[in-house]
Design a protein around this ligand. Structure first.
Ligand code: PEP
Ligand code: MG
Length: 836
């Protein structure tokens, strides 16, 4: 063995025929998701060290171990396929974790016969797991004997390379449980990758006997880590400890708050009605129109011979073209504050930059494939890996890979995404991708139906965000419906009606026309104040997250901002905003609201909301942990800085400050006192109004005591539901039951209003219940005087208020408190105050 600094020749750890990874009967290894390497079909029964080094990981079950060679290369040696399932049976470990070993030393003895009988294959792998620093050169041989040269490990260019292997720094590592909903699928994996790229250390994620570098999205996804699984993170480098803390924070929290209410996925049921296909609602709405069948790209068989360099160049150019298209999409999404769109395409960009995909395609080109086929095959191999994990969320991410497959193929074939979509079409396809959906929405498609797909897919999220009715999982029958056939898509009920009568068509048109007309009328009156029939004034304000959204709210008639969620002003950045920057951001919101008042909530992080630049301590139960105002307990300087910035906006009288997650009076008194001190320091004669959010049952029950010291109360029904009903607000399976119209919630709202009235304070609602028109009469009846709603619903809610009699609402809503369930309340509301 030679060890010329970074160059190293590995000797064969086993005797037997040598195979390439592509020949290994396992998708994960064959697709290079674990890294580059080589395989041996063993004829002997002992694994030997391929070089001098240190054993840095030993699988508990003895079937795999990793050695770090003296030049820093890390090599995973894995005996057989799926041998983890033997749970140690038939393996005898001859070394321990941390042991120093010499080239040729025996490491693991195994029972060849037993393995041959009990596991899928004996083929054993030698995988380079830090391929970002090293590369492999196989020393071509058909069969090897233990100790014979097997391959060469070469350092990738290291001169001036900051990512050169670091043998000096100690490895920082820790275990963490994954709390991302559904496990480590594309979006959480993209967050992990983004976090890892912010540090110079080499970070890896270890799960069971597999591991992947944190900068490989495909590698991370292929680990198949589910929600609740425990993983180990290791970081090596000068900033290893900081990288480890940031990664732990990123791994143990959900990516961001959900901005779109999840649609409960009902399982597909067969329709008993003739000419009706039954699927699952991904985005509600009722539309009719001609069906337009959209087909994907099919490649002919690859029969040509290709110049490797040309094909590599073609692939590079196509990848760059698609990257630049996605960057443009991202910039637009960011400008328009389309958070879901931004997250989805940021994950696509990361996938496209994934070394595992690009390397697999390049390897296929080097073996003679055309760039088109090489790219298609690389994507398909990864899709197979994701589908084989048997977890629906991972399977849905395969659709994101197919999106990239289509885009890059189009770029390679020189085709633009182009279809002549007849006006008002309902588009059908096997499964559309997120970029298809953006294109179709821009081309005025009125509905989407798919044979496959799921209600939690990225396409579904985008369809909901764009208000485009969409049904998924309709089955292959939908693909047989002739082009141009007129259909009705009743998305809320998951139905595609294939042969609607003329009368049904007319009815759908009528319903849509009536909806449109009503919307126009509501918009025309949206800027007028809202008063009930008996002259009770209700302020209809807006929930916003930026000055751009404030502008939209102002144009749509908002009476003010009822909730500015300041945490969303600072997402997607790696450094904290300073006082000046914060002041400017708040001032911009005030300026966008004309002469109307703006309620600014102090930062509410923790729980389901995280900021990249503010890694928080890992908590066993973050939703019950240091979130909202409780953060001031551990980071008082953050609140102090924010209060200073807020006190500098002008005119200060238009700014009201709101405190999140208050659960006792002292929290309010402390901030009040601090505000008074800061006002004195800044020589202000008047402090802005200070309000308290009622988001936890304790606050609602103590409303009277809080109202004594607060200027107003604002009910956050999202969290109040979560904490009252003990149901996670983001739990897809409980989505239909986390309903703020539950009688228990109504009692807390009634108690809050009564407590506030004792001290002459007003009460608003800024949770999602305020945007639900069915709830408007109940809230007005219970004494709420301000509703803060999503900007596009201001006209609708004002219209609803104008048709109510507050005295009647008061009387009828008392009776709702005694009902037995949220369902019963909804039913009664429909009866008392029908929604047409
Ligand atoms: C709420 O909890 O209802 C609320 C408005 O706050 P957020 O949704 O930001 O937690
Ligand atoms: Mg809240």
């Amino acid at each position: 063995m030679s060890n010329n600094n970074k160059e190293l020749t590995l000797s064969a750890p086993l005797s037997g025929p040598v195979l390439t990874l592509g020949q290994v009967p396992d998708e994960v290894f064959a697709s290079h998701a674990m890294g580059d390497g080589i395989a041996i079909d063993p004829l002997n029964d002992c694994l030997h060290a391929p070089c001098d080094g240190v054993i840095i990981h030993v699988a508990r079950t003895g079937h795999a171990l990793t050695i770090r060679a003296d030049n820093g290369a890390e090599l995973l040696m894995h005996v057989g396929i799926d041998t983890v399932e033997l749970n140690g049976e038939g393996f005898a470990l001859l070394v321990k974790d941390g042991a120093r070993v010499t080239n040729g030393q025996a490491l693991v003895q195994f029972d060849l016969d037993r393995l041959a009988r009990r596991c899928k294959s004996l083929v054993s792998l030698i995988i380079l797991t830090n391929g970002e620093q090293f590369e492999l050169q196989p020393l071509a041989r058909k069969t090897v004997k233990v100790g014979e040269p097997l391959m060469r490990v070469l350092a990738r260019s290291t001169v001036g390379d900051e990512t050169a292997v670091d043998n000096v720094s100690a490895e920082a590592s820790a275990s963490v449980r994954i709390t991302h909903r559904g496990g480590l699928h594309a979006r959480p994996a993209a967050l992990i990758r983004k976090t890892a790229l912010g540090f110079s250390s080499q970070a890896r994620l270890h799960y069971g006997d597999k591991s992947a570098p944190c900068d490989s999205l495909v590698g991370l996804m292929a680990l198949g880590i589910g929600e609740g699984d425990e993983v180990r993170v290791s970081c090596r480098g000068t900033d290893g400890e900081a990288a480890l803390q940031a990664l732990i924070a990123a791994l143990s929290v959900p990516v961001t708050a959900q901005h779109v209410a999840p649609v409960a996925a009902t399982p597909r049921r067969a329709s008993n009605e003739a000419n009706v296909l039954q699927g699952v609602c991904a985005a509600p709405g009722l539309v009719c129109g001609p069906l337009f069948r959209l087909a994907g790209i099919e490649l002919p068989a690859d029969i040509g011979t290709h110049a490797v360099d040309d094909q590599r160049q073609c692939l590079d150019t196509a990848l760059e073209q698609v990257r630049s298209e996605i960057r443009t999409t991202l910039a637009h999404a960011r400008q328009r504050q389309h958070v879901e769109e931004e997250e989805i395409f940021a994950a696509h960009l990361a996938l496209l930059e994934d070394p595992a995909l690009v390397e697999a395609a390049t390897a296929a080109i080097e073996h003679g494939s055309a760039a088109t086929h090489a790219w298609r095959d690389a994507i398909q191999a990864q899709c197979t890996v994701l589908l084989a994990l048997g977890k629906p969320l991972f399977a849905e991410r395969a659709n994101d890979l197919r999106d990239l497959q289509q885009r890059v193929l189009r770029a390679l074939l020189g085709e633009a995404w182009h279809v002549e979509l007849p006006a008002g079409s309902i588009v059908s396809a096997h499964e559309l991708t997120p970029s298809d959906l953006l294109q179709l929405s821009a081309q005025q498609a009125v509905g989407i139906c798919m044979a496959a797909g799921g209600a939690t897919s990225h396409v579904a999220i985008l369809a909901r965000a764009k208000g485009l009715p969409c049904v998924v999982a309709l089955g292959a029958d939908v693909l047989d419906v002739p082009q141009g056939q007129r259909v009705v898509l009743d998305a809320a009920n998951g139905r595609l009606e294939l042969a609607p009568s003329e009368a049904r068509h007319a009815q759908v048109h009528q319903i849509r026309d009536a909806q449109q007309l009503r919307r126009q009328q509501q918009q025309a009156q949206a800027r007028q104040p809202a008063r009930t029939l008996d002259d009770v004034s209700i302020e209809v304000a807006a929930n916003v997250a930026s000055s751009a959204e404030t502008q939209v709210a102002f144009e749509n008639g908002a009476d003010g901002v009822g909730l500015l969620r300041t945490e969303f002003l600072f997402v997607d950045r790696r450094t904290a905003p300073d006082e000046q920057e914060q002041r400017q951001a708040y001032q911009a919101v005030l300026d966008a609201m004309g002469d109307k008042s703006v309620i600014i909530r102090t930062i509410d992080v923790g729980g389901d909301k995280q900021l990249d630049y503010l890694p928080l301590p890992v908590e066993a139960n973050p939703v019950l942990g240091l979130r909202g105002i409780r953060m001031a307990q551990v980071r008082p300087e953050l609140l102090d800085q924010q209060l200073r910035a807020l006190l500098q906006v002008r005119p200060l009288a238009r700014c009201r400050i709101l405190l999140p997650m208050v659960s006792e009076v002292d929290e309010l008194l402390q901030v009040r006192q601090r505000l008074d001190e800061l006002c004195a320091e800044l020589e202000l004669t008047q402090r802005p109004e200070l309000g308290v959010m009622i988001e936890v049952p304790a606050a609602a029950l103590m409303a009277e005591q809080l109202a004594e010291h607060a200027d107003f109360l604002s009910i956050g029904t999202n969290d109040l539901s979560q904490y009252t009903l003990a149901m996670d607000r983001d739990h897809a399976g409980l989505a239909a039951r986390v309903d703020a119209l539950h009688p228990a919630l109504l009692r807390l709202i009634a108690q809050t209003c009564a407590g506030a009235a004792q001290h002459g304070r007003w009460v608003g609602v800024c949770g999602a219940l305020a945007s639900d028109p069915l709830a408007t009469p109940v809230l007005v009846g219970l004494g709420v005087r301000e509703l803060s709603v999503s900007p596009l619903q201001i006209g609708e809610i004002k219209d609803r208020v104008r048709h109510l009699d507050a005295a009647q609402c008061r009387q009828l809503s008392q009776g709702l408190l005694d009902l037995s369930s949220a369902r019963a309340v909804r039913h009664a509301c429909q009866h008392h105050w029908p929604l047409s």
